[in-house]
Design a protein around this ligand. Structure first.
Ligand code: S3P
Ligand code: PEP
Length: 409
């Protein structure tokens, strides 16, 4: 894939009943990989994600000792740290430059509280870290989950392998809570015993023999709601996406109903199509679905309706500072925004002068969310389109199926 892709919507772009294939959920895949490794391969996984972040974690879990590079994968680093703390071997976990800037301190503190053999190699609070695997204590643990739920998931995943049951207290400022619910649900299905009472969680037991088929990725599905909004008269069938899902990002189907796109679930698949009467939201709180923030920003642009996106405090710690990235790139599309530490207000719209050239900041979601604007501007250019492989290697192939013309430099 080249440095720049030009996405054009020709008059023939309108296709009806296109069948879209999504990648498997990387969040589910990465949890199951850790659980399988800890269980001694008792867990069988079908339809593992082909995303870079999953491939990277799978490779990392095969490293017995020495250097492990987790690329740009946040979950692989955080879950991998917890796995390394309870698995024999001395490992150094590091990432590419941006991953080494993303926080791990709260997780490191929790691991140390249980007796982990852990040290920072360069900078306190960040990878690279050196971890020597050993048996960890159980007992009471309070984790600060106000910057990432991944710290809590990481500790929960290893809880069944601690000396004694782990008792978690999750405080009220917890972000991205649906991801913790996903962890609970998968762990229970694998045989772990989890008792949950409000903010207290007690985990014991172990993973037993179990079979999983990974669901398609709901965050990836969200981009096709944008395409359905932006392309005229398009009906998309999203293969294998069920109504019942452990992924919090299924909330996309409710939010997009307000933007005039309805979702029909039949025979384990989903079909999305336009309905006539949208009732546009004034505010969308993304605290439980941070990975959808870029999608919702673009939905507002396609609808040409102002919106206030709130609950964005974790966005500054992701693949890039997503609030800043959105503000910069929306400006190129003629969109004026006001940004704060945890919100983005999309305020007004003008026709862009010429074809916008969108920077992606090594962030897959910038590329996937901005591309559908091609259908309303006629053309858009996306830099480093290969970034999509972090979660959705086949994205551009699916875009072509809808009749869009792609040209790579
Ligand atoms: O647990 C997970 O699989 C994830 C949790 C979220 O991170 P935060 O909890 O850091 O918001 C989300 O943004 C990320 O893409 C995947
Ligand atoms: C934030 C993301 O992933 P991670 O934190 O796993 O790098 C994402 O996929 O949007």
């Amino acid at each position: 894939m080249g440095e720049l892709i030009t996405v054009s919507a020709s008059k023939n772009s309108v296709q009806s009943n296109v069948q879209i294939n999504l990648p498997a959920s990387k969040s589910i895949s990465n949890r199951l990989l850790i659980m399988r490794a800890l269980s001694g391969n008792l867990i069988r996984i079908e339809n593992l994600s082909s995303a870079d972040d999953t491939q990277i974690l799978e490779t990392a879990l095969g490293v017995k000792s020495g250097e492990v590079n987790l690329g740009l994968a946040g979950t692989a680093l955080r879950f991998g740290m917890a796995w390394a703390a309870v698995t024999p071997g001395v490992r150094v976990l590091r990432g590419d430059a941006r991953l080494n800037e993303r926080p791990v301190k709260e997780l490191a503190n929790a691991l140390r509280e249980l007796g982990a053999d852990f040290k920072y190699i360069e900078k306190e609070g960040f990878a690279p870290v050196e971890i020597t695997g050993k048996k960890l204590n159980g007992g009471k643990l309070t984790i600060d989950g106000s910057r990432s739920s991944q710290f809590i998931t990481a500790m929960m995943l290893i809880a069944p392998y601690c000396e004694a049951p782990l008792l978690f207290k999750i405080d009220k400022s917890q972000v991205s809570m649906p991801y913790v619910d996903m962890t609970v649900s998968l762990m229970r299905k694998a045989g772990a015993k989890i008792e949950q009472q409000e903010s207290d969680i007690k985990i014991s037991g172990a993973y037993g023999s179990s079979d999983f088929v990974v669901e398609p990725d709901w965050s990836a599905a969200s981009y096709f709601y944008l395409w359905a909004m932006a392309l005229e008269k398009t009906t998309l069938s999203i293969n294998g996406l069920p109504f019942e899902s452990v992924q919090g990002d299924k909330v996309a189907s409710d939010i997009f109903a307000h933007y005039g796109i309805i979702s029909h679930f039949t025979d384990g698949n989903m079909r999305i199509a336009k309905k006539l009467l949208p009732d546009f939201p004034e505010e969308i709180n993304c605290i439980g679905c941070p990975d959808l923030a870029q999608t919702f920003a673009i939905a507002a642009v396609i609808a040409q309706k102002s919106v206030r996106l709130t609950g964005l405090q974790t966005l500054r710690h992701k693949e890039t500072d997503r609030i800043e990235a959105l503000k910069n790139e929306l400006a190129k599309c003629g969109v004026f925004c006001k940004a704060g530490s945890d919100f983005l207000e999309i305020l007004s719209f003008e026709k862009p002068a010429g074809t916008p050239i969108i920077k992606t900041y090594k962030d897959h979601r910038m590329a996937m969310a901005f591309a559908p604007l091609a259908a309303i501007f006629g053309e858009i250019q996306i830099e480093n389109p290969g970034v999509v492989s972090k979660s959705f290697p086949g994205y551009w192939k699916e875009v072509e199926k809808m009749g869009l013309v792609l040209e790579s430099d």
